[in-house]
Ligand binder design. Structure first.
Ligand code: MN
Ligand code: MN
Length: 450
């Protein structure tokens, strides 16, 4: 059924105006004032609401083997949580480890997602090994349409590339016109600090931060940018968490590196005291890089506003507290890393970024949607409201007031890191390629349509 969005205020990364939006089939076909609905159209009343382009989460994990367990969400539950929260497109990290071929990983992840994911999706292709066989397969995968690689400077055993492999990966990325996303932490330093800590009996989650201090992340950024500069390759620093790493990005940029940076909603709102909560509750907040001291938050907000940080992601990685996080009860290095945030990223950014004035509404749209669409080859199908774009729209009620609660969430995990925090604003309706898929916190779409 064709959809008419009527009476809303359209807000994109660059524009703000009142108009109606006519969606026929899966795309936006007309934007004009006072479009009269033909018989048979579904009319969405958007009076007093914002109309945003569908949000893009540029960094999530769904099918995620980690320390012998699997992240909790399926593609069905994660994508429905995404849609309820206004995210219509996600980019999942497709992560074969060093023992798997890229092609094998690509087929496995695609099989998990296709027919199960309710929102649109694409992948970052992890490169965890580099040789002639891998190179041939990567070329084929890029030909298939993927537009980014992912590399880990951390996690040496599973995903770590040697410097030679990193060099060859970035060289191939440069040749193919692919951007490379990178997790920047020095793996060997982390491993060394962790083994010292465990030898000293420092086994609780409160020690996680000390095993990966800001200087180790900054070194990772510097290391990556050395290679990127040598090769002229485009790189994207995922989950930048601290002032020290941000400084390395600025230094790299000033000397010619083609670098973009992402931060996470978690780093903007939570700090390391959460991971220090007693009775192992801190394990809920164990992620890498770790939550930092509170002083970093203002610096990250300012950088996000000034476009020194370009995008905001969730790095969604849900593990149950009661069972999975407990795997590390005697050794924090065995706590599965990650926090669930795919559902709440947009509302938390609106509440704690827009409302207090850190970001205006255009910058909000840009960091949570448009910039990621541009970097990863999705724009202007995604991240825009214009004729010809996919009809992915979020009808947003800025007057809504609510409280985050794991009991009411769509994500399939037993806690929420933002439990009890207030939200101001939420999607009243979410449209994915011309179909209404979520209303007021409930998924009403077609499973597996992404
Ligand atoms: Mn990571
Ligand atoms: Mn990640």
């Amino acid at each position: 059924m064709p959809v008419l969005v009527k009476g809303g205020e359209i807000i994109t990364a660059t524009e703000r105006y009142a108009a109606d939006i006519w969606c026929a089939g899966e795309t936006i076909t007309r934007i004009a004032p006072n479009i009269q609905p033909p018989p048979g159209a579904e009319v969405i009343d958007a009076a007093a609401k914002y109309v945003f382009p569908g949000f893009v989460d540029p960094h999530v994990h769904i099918y995620l083997p980690c320390l012998g367990t699997l992240a909790k969400d399926s593609h069905a539950t994660a994508s429905q949580a995404a849609l309820v929260g206004g995210t219509t497109t996600l980019i999942e990290v497709l992560g074969p480890d060093r023992s798997q071929d890229p092609q094998e990983g690509f087929e496995l992840w695609l099989d998990k997602a296709q027919g199960h994911c309710a929102c649109d999706f694409t992948f970052h292709m992890t490169v965890s090994r580099y040789d002639g066989r891998v190179e041939k397969q990567l070329r084929e995968i890029v030909r298939h349409g993927l537009s980014s690689f992912k590399v880990y400077l951390a996690y040496k055993d599973a995903f770590g590339l040697s410097d030679r492999e990193l060099y060859l990966t970035l060289r191939l990325a440069r040749e193919l016109g692919v951007i490379t996303a990178a997790h920047c932490e020095n793996a060997e330093l982390v491993a060394e600090l962790q083994s010292q800590q465990l030898a000293e009996g420092k086994t609780g989650p409160e020690w996680h931060h000390e095993s990966r201090p800001p200087v180790i992340e900054a070194e990772g950024v510097h290391h990556l940018l050395t290679f990127a500069k040598l090769l002229g390759a485009h790189v994207y620093i995922v989950h930048l968490s601290c002032a020290e790493a941000l400084r390395e990005v600025a230094v790299g940029k000033a000397s010619g590196a083609k670098v973009w940076a992402e931060t996470l909603i978690q780093y903007l709102l939570l700090d390391k005291s959460y991971a220090e909560r007693p009775n192992f509750e801190g394990a809920k907040y164990v992620m890498s890089p770790p939550l930092r001291e509170r002083r970093h938050q203002e610096i990250l907000w300012g950088a996000l506003r000034e476009n020194e940080i370009n995008t905001l992601a969730s790095d969604h990685a849900p593990f149950d507290f009661a069972t999975q996080k407990r795997l590390g009860v005697n050794d924090f290095t065995q706590i599965p890393n990650g926090l669930p945030a795919i559902e709440d990223r947009v509302n938390m950014l609106h509440t704690y970024g827009v409302k207090p004035g850190w970001l205006d509404l255009h910058r909000f749209v840009e960091v949570a949607s448009t910039q990621a669409a541009k970097l990863f080859g999705l724009y202007p199908r995604k991240g825009a409201i214009r004729p010809g774009s996919d009809a992915d729209l979020v009808i947003y009620d800025p007057t809504y007031r609510g409280t985050i609660s794991a009991g009411r969430q769509v994500m399939n995990v037993d806690y929420n890191p933002f439990e009890g925090m207030g939200i101001e604003g939420r999607p009243q309706a979410v449209i994915l390629r011309g179909q209404v898929v979520a209303r007021e916190g409930r998924f009403i779409g077609q499973p597996g349509r992404g």
